[in-house]
Design a protein around this ligand. Structure first.
Ligand SMILES: [Zn+2]
Length: 88
């Protein structure tokens, strides 16, 4: 069993937009991942985490440039209802 929070929220946004005289509404969470491995979800909203760093050179000194990257983290609990993301 799994919650439907993400799908329900997308539907609520569509309904609110429709009531506000909008049409051809497309909506969905960013950072959605298609899960190809065995998982309780076919797709999952990922939490993007940004990190920045400077590389350490071979001589031990800090690199000149700061680099910024993003890594996506999969939650283990629904961020809205708190239900554990599991197969049962
Ligand atoms: Zn939920």
């Amino acid at each position: 069993m799994r919650c439907k929070c993400f799908e329900d929220l997308e539907q609520k946004v569509k309904e609110k937009c429709t009531k506000a005289n909008m049409t051809d509404i497309e909506c969905g969470f960013k950072h959605k991942a298609l899960v190809m491995t065995e998982s309780p979800y076919n797709s999952l909203v990922m939490l993007p985490m940004e990190f920045s760093y400077r590389l350490i050179k071979k001589d031990g000194s800090k690199g000149k440039n700061t680099r910024t990257e993003t890594v996506s983290i999969a939650p283990t609990y629904c961020t809205f209802c708190g239900e554990k993301i599991s197969k049962e």
